[in-house]
Design a protein around this ligand. Structure first.
Ligand SMILES: [Zn+2]
Length: 395
């Protein structure tokens, strides 16, 4: 019985990098006393450790002192997370408990090709590994791509404006790095990042809405990422919201994309800024500085996104909607617009069970999702929660 319960405690770490004693009790159904006894023994045997640094970002609404976290003891090694955004590459090297050892950012223009982006990635990864984890084993490399990615690993065809259009990003990056790279859609990784490290720890039904260059949605239902038949679940940008709207890059008319993507929002500001070169970063800065015109377009975009998300909330009844992406962080314009339209359109009982919050991990959410996969907490092929392979010999 004791061996069986020990296994249950260790199995409780599936899909998690660190847990409190209370969380272990909730996950196993064992009493707090039993858990405390088993945990003490497992710590003595070197199978569990009490990491000193924060590996997870706790929800801010948990009052009082932070309870002690426990983690599986891991061998030396590292995972690589690549966030290949439209304007910058963010790369992080993390140890096998998810602690970031080194981070690098490189700004690359939107005109750079997939191969150029891959070359930059290789240079940054080599630099970071040499500095932070020389001679150690790489356990996985995972890339966040701001595009819909089918199960064949290829970027879906409606992304002609992207350097990743029509390629398999995992293949291009893998060729450059000389090792296997798993590429995932950024909103999907962001929701997993928040679930393992951030705002939605211990929650089973969660949406992550990303408002940035375009709009994306990562969906977790019953603790599992929803991928859909071809891996394209959550592509809400092409929901039609104006039957007579302008033609979208997908060929349909009046998509949510045409009312929320940054290129359309910056166009809407041409008349007041007289700047035809306005970028996403300019718009975000204007929002943060309280520019009323920028605030208005961000708020309106938030309302349109909220409309689509409310419909999905009525369908799936999530516990938490996390709002992230660079335009969601440009002041609270977009998130307040989203809250308003969701309040009008979410069914009362669904709304009662629902919390809407800004991303805890901010611009690092996708990176943390990629880390969770690269270190094997989440399977990089299936996105299923996994128990990490642990060091067998005591520390
Ligand atoms: Zn469209």
């Amino acid at each position: 019985m004791r061996d069986f319960n020990r296994a249950r405690v260790l199995d409780a770490f599936a899909g998690a990098v660190a847990l409190t004693r209370g969380e272990i009790a909730a996950r196993t159904g064992l009493s707090r006393t039993t858990v405390t006894g088993l945990v003490d023994q497992l710590v003595r045997e070197g199978l569990l450790t009490t990491p000193r640094d924060a590996l997870v970002v706790p929800r801010s609404d948990v009052p009082g002192r932070r309870p002690e976290l426990l983690a599986r003891t891991r061998p030396l090694g590292y995972g690589v997370a690549i966030d290949a955004g439209h304007e910058r590459l963010q790369i992080a090297i993390a140890d096998l408990s998810g602690r970031v050892l080194a981070r690098g950012v490189r700004h690359i223009g939107i005109e750079a090709t997939a191969k150029e982006a891959a070359r930059h990635t290789r240079a940054v990864v080599r630099e970071l590994v040499a500095a932070a984890a020389p001679g150690q084993t790489c356990h996985g490399v995972v890339a966040a791509i701001p595009e819909p990615i089918g199960r064949d690993g290829r970027v879906a065809r409606d992304s002609v404006a992207s350097r990743w259009h029509g390629v398999r990003p995992g293949e291009v990056l893998g060729d450059a790095l000389g090792q296997e790279v798993h590429a995932w859609n950024d909103a999907n990784l962001a929701v997993l990042g928040e679930t393992v490290f951030g705002a939605s720890r211990n929650l089973d039904d969660v949406f992550y809405v990303k408002i940035s260059h375009g709009v994306g949605l990562g969906i977790v239902v019953n603790g599992r990422l929803v991928r859909g038949t071809d891996g394209l679940a959550g592509e809400i940008g092409h929901t039609q919201v104006r039957a007579d709207g302008i033609v979208c890059l997908c060929g349909n008319r009046g998509c949510l994309y045409t009312l929320s993507a940054s290129e359309y929002l910056t166009q809407a500001l041409h008349a007041v800024t007289h700047n035809p070169e306005l970028t996403l970063d300019n718009l975000a800065a204007m929002g943060r500085q309280g520019h009323p015109g920028a605030g208005r377009v961000l708020r309106d975009a938030g309302r349109e996104v909220g409309h689509a998300v409310a419909n999905l909330c009525n369908a799936l009844n999530p516990r938490l909607v996390i709002v992230g992406g660079s335009l969601a962080r440009a002041g609270d314009w977009a998130i307040s617009g989203l809250r308003e339209s969701m309040a009008d359109r979410t069914e009362a009982r669904v709304a009662q069970a629902l919390e809407i919050t800004a991303s805890r991990l901010g611009e690092r959410a996708e990176v943390y999702g990629a880390i969770a996969m690269a270190i094997g907490v989440i399977d990089p092929v299936t996105a299923e929660p996994r128990v990490q392979a642990a060091r067998r010999t005591p520390a």
